[in-house]
Design a binder for this molecule. Sequence first.
Ligand code: UGY
Ligand code: MN
Length: 262
Amino acid sequence: MTVPGHLKEKFSVRQSLLGLTRTVIAERHALFDPAGHVRGGIPGFPSHATVILISPRIGAGFVQFLVHLEPGESGGSSPPGVETFFYLLSGEAVAELGERSAELSEGSFFFSPPGIEWKIRARSSGAHAVVFQKSYAFLPGLVPPPLLIGRNEDIIGHPFLGDSHALLKTFLPEDASFDMAVNLFHFQPGASLPFVESHVMEHGLLMLEGRGIYRLDERWYPVVAGDAIWMAPYCPQWFAALGPTPACYIYYKDVGRHPLSG
Ligand code: UGY
Ligand code: MN
């Protein structure tokens, strides 16, 4: 049988061929093994260019998808009322963001508020990205945030609750107009979250580097770069970095709205 090209390099392809997977879809959390990715589903992109990981269909209040654009290909998706956080994982691209345009390289990101059309075109190296989208929660008297463009390398990481081995970068300002946060967590080998969190905010997460163990509800999962995780509101969660190299993940969180405000 022929193995599709994009699966060939995957370590877990043998497992997949035997009908095994690390993917777990539970009621209050999910772990997505990249070997199970199926492409398609985001209008505005070529059908082979996206993988939807998390969506309201699983019970989430947001969408998390991956983008894989070949050199010269382009795509974008701005449904009415939806805001977007776009993070370029590798390659290079040019982004058209309403009236503006920006050159993106690895670690570049943008936040596009509702009402701004965005589109990216991959340069000759192709482009791989992770995207978080949600319907913006408008509040009376609050103007939605502006368009924002930045780079991972320009953001300073701060020790998480005093632990210099667990550095947290926050990509979006802590301003009342924002109803989403996207952060990057960098753990030295052996570092961990200081306690098992359980909170009203939900998360969508993509492992970017290294490996570790993630506690979700009452289960513990080995995780590695490329894995994605959904954590429903209140899902007990804890992470520890394992192995000889640092572990790093990017994650989404809903913020800034009263639980009764809709
Ligand atoms: O921001 C957070 O809630 C973060 N500490 N959670 C997590 O990394 N699972
Ligand atoms: Mn958390």
